[in-house]
Design a protein around this ligand. Structure first.
Ligand SMILES: [Zn+2]
Ligand SMILES: [Zn+2]
Length: 295
C-alpha cells in the first residue's frame, strides 16, 4: 500500500514538469491575445486609445517580469532541509517550544510531538514536516505545490506569495483588457471580421485568465489570513482549538517573519543579508514564539 502511495507521489512530481509547460502555454496565449491581437492594433490608431494601449503593454510586461522572476525563485529555491543529524539545542529549550526531541526517549512520544521523522531518521525542528512527494523533511512546510514542482517552505514562502500576487494582478488585467473582445466575440464570428483561429485564441485567453484570477483571489485571501497569524497551511488543523496561536507575534512581526524588515525588498523575491542574518524564521530552524516577544 505504501509503495503504491509513493509511486503516486512520484507521479505528482512528473506531473509538475507538465505544469511548467502549462504555465508557459497560458502565458504564451495571454501574451498573444493581449499584446498582439488587442493592444497592437490600438497602438497604431493614435490618440487616447493608443496611449491607453501603450500603458497596458508596459504594465503587462512589468507584471510578467515580476511574476516570472518570483516563479523561478519558488521553483529553484530550496524551501529548507534539515541539516544531517539535527538535534535541538537543549532539552529545556525543546520543552519551551513544545517540540521535544532530547527530552523524550520513547518513539511514541517523539512522533506525537513531531520531533523525529521516521522516514528521514533524523530530528525534526519545530514547524518542519515530511513531504511525501519530495520524500524528505521540509522546514516550515506550507504545502507541496504541483504548479512550481517544489515544496513551499521557510525559504521560498515569500517568493510563492509574490508569485500569487503578481499572477493575480496579471490575470485580472488580462480579463479586463480582453472583456470587450469577448463581448464582441459572437458579432465578430458572424461578420467574419477576424480569423477563426484568432477569435478562438481571444476566447480561450479570456476564459483561462478569468478562471485563474478568480481562483487566485481565493488563494490570496487564504494566504493573507495565514500570513497575518503566522500559520502555515499544515498548521491550520494543529491550531484549531487554541486560544491564541503560539507563533502569532502580532500582524507586523508576523509579516516580517516572511517578508523581512527591508521595505524596499518587500515586492521583490529577494532578502537583504541583514534580514537573513537577524530573522531566524527565514532560515527555518528556529522560530520566536509569543512568549519570547512578550517576555
Ligand atoms: Zn522526513
Ligand atoms: Zn514536497
Amino acid at each position: 500500500m505504501e509503495i503504491n502511495l509513493f509511486k503516486l507521489c512520484s507521479g505528482l512530481r512528473v506531473l509538475g514538469y507538465f505544469m511548467i509547460l502549462l504555465v508557459a502555454g497560458i502565458i504564451g496565449i495571454s501574451y498573444y491575445a493581449v499584446v498582439f491581437l488587442t493592444c497592437g492594433p490600438q497602438l497604431l490608431r493614435g490618440g487616447f486609445h493608443s496611449f491607453l494601449s501603450f500603458a497596458i503593454v508596459i504594465i503587462f510586461h512589468v507584471l510578467l517580469i515580476l511574476l516570472l522572476w518570483s516563479y523561478f525563485r519558488v521553483v529553484f529555491k530550496d524551501p529548507g532541509s534539515v541539516p544531517e543529524n539535527w538535534r535541538a539545542v537543549s532539552a529545556e529549550e525543546n520543552l519551551g517550544v513544545g517540540s521535544s526531541l532530547a527530552a523524550v526517549d520513547d518513539g511514541f512520544e517523539r512522533r506525537s510531538r513531531g520531533g523525529y521523522c521516521i522516514h528521514c531518521q533524523n530530528g525534526k525542528p519545530p514547524r518542519c514536516h515530511h513531504c511525501s512527494v519530495c520524500q524528505r523533511c521540509v522546514l516550515k512546510m506550507d504545502h507541496h505545490c504541483v504548479w512550481v514542482v517544489n515544496c513551499v517552505g521557510a525559504r521560498n514562502y515569500k517568493f510563492f506569495l509574490l508569485f500569487l500576487l503578481y499572477t493575480f494582478l496579471e490575470t485580472t488585467m488580462d480579463t479586463v483588457v480582453l472583456l470587450p473582445s469577448f463581448i464582441n466575440f459572437f458579432a465578430d464570428a458572424k461578420n467574419h471580421s477576424s480569423t477563426p483561429s484568432n477569435l478562438a485564441l481571444v476566447f480561450l485567453a479570456f476564459v483561462l485568465n478569468l478562471a485563474f484570477a478568480l481562483s487566485l483571489l481565493c488563494f490570496l485571501v487564504m494566504h493573507a489570513s495565514l500570513l497575518s497569524s503566522n500559520t502555515t497551511s499544515v498548521e491550520v488543523h494543529e491550531k484549531k482549538g487554541t486560544v491564541r496561536w503560539k507563533y502569532d507575534l502580532g500582524r507586523k512581526m508576523n509579516f516580517e517573519q516572511v517578508f523581512g524588515t527591508k521595505k524596499s525588498l518587500w515586492f521583490f523575491p529577494l532578502f537583504s543579508q541583514d534580514d537573513l542574518h537577524n530573522i531566524p524564521a527565514l532560515g527555518g530552524l528556529d522560530f520566536p514564539t509569543r512568549s519570547d516577544v512578550e517576555a
